[in-house]
Design a protein around this ligand. Structure first.
Ligand code: NCD
Length: 306
């Protein structure tokens, strides 16, 4: 199925039909990837990866996906090493890069930068994280992980901790999940980091039930507990970050006798003790691997090759 958009900037573009079609292609990519072979699907394409904010998993999994599809790659990593440091606008950077690549992937610290980039790009554009706003490819890989682990995206109680205000992965996944049937959310955070009103308004419009609490224990009996670190770099007052950093730490003890699926987009900082890693329901490292498959699928589809 051709995708109904040229650029992916928000998880709100990921309708059920789009999600299902990306999953089908990702399943094919899984076969190629696990055979140790490379697909030649994008051998005549060049992909530009622009990462102006720290990244390990997203950048490396996009690189792996580019290589898995035999595409050429251009990489700009770090704002100090690029024209961003000289004050070039996002729009000018994209206008230029679009002249020597077939698809652009960008991570940028500014919320809204992805929309600016997409508005001037004449090649497909993918948002790999724009500030505290959105991270739609993380949403896709999270949904793909949930589908594999739970067998369905319907009928789930999903708890999110611990920074729903500033975490773009929580925002994108909650928006993506909110279109499915019989979904219920619990947002866990300190008072000052509660989910933003504009996101809660979407859930109200869609009739999605949600509760807000300061207690991590409220997530232990959910179907899925999605942990994400406090977004340290987005706090105006570092003291506030220090105040909360030990408040939400998930331990194996708290999960005794439970089969709650534990997810985390990573990096893990303080929010999950390492003794959770050995539990069979802790899937965060597999979750990261799924990123390669959905990113291969998405790039191939946006370029009309799948
Ligand atoms: C996340 C991000 O960059 O938003 N990381 C990722 O892409 N896997 C989560 C985070 O940094 O906390």
């Amino acid at each position: 199925m051709p995708l109904p958009f040229e650029h992916l900037t928000s998880a709100q573009q990921l309708s059920k039909e789009v999600v299902a079609s990306v999953f089908a292609v990702a399943d094919d990519m899984e076969k190629i990837w696990s055979s140790g072979k490379r697909s030649k699907l994008l051998e005549d394409k060049i992909i530009a990866l622009l990462f102006y904010e720290p990244s390990s998993r997203t950048m490396l999994s996009f690189q792996a996906a580019v290589q898995g599809l035999s595409a050429g790659m251009e990489l700009a990593h770090g704002r100090q090493n690029s024209s961003m440091a000289k004050g070039e606008s996002i729009e000018d950077t994209i206008r230029m890069v679009a002249r020597y690549s077939d698809l652009i992937v960008m991570r940028h610290p500014e919320a809204g930068s992805a929309d600016k980039a997409a508005s001037v790009s004449h090649v497909p554009f993918i948002n790999a994280g724009d500030g505290a706003n959105e991270h739609p490819t993380q949403c896709l890989l999270d949904l793909y992980t949930i589908q594999k682990e739970k067998g369905s995206l319907n009928g789930l109680h999903v708890a999110f901790a611990c920074d729903p205000l500033q975490s773009r992965t929580i925002r994108s996944l909650a928006l993506g999940l909110s279109q499915y049937d019989d979904i219920r959310f619990t947002f866990i955070s300190p008072e000052s980091l509660k989910a933003s009103k504009d996101m809660l308004d979407v859930f109200d419009d869609r009739g999605v039930a949600y509760e807000e609490t300061t207690e991590l224990s409220a997530g232990i009996d959910a179907d899925i507990l999605y942990m994400n670190r406090l977004q340290e770099e987005r706090f105006n007052d570092h003291k506030e970050f220090e105040k909360y950093r030990d408040q939400y730490v998930l331990t194996a003890d708290m999960l005794k006798g439970k089969d709650t699926l534990i997810m985390d987009p990573l990096p893990r900082i303080d929010e999950i003790a390492t003794d959770v890693d050995d539990l069979p329901n802790a899937v965060y490292f597999d979750q990261a691997r799924n990123g390669v498959l959905v990113r291969m699928a998405l790039m191939a589809m946006l370029l009309g090759k799948a």
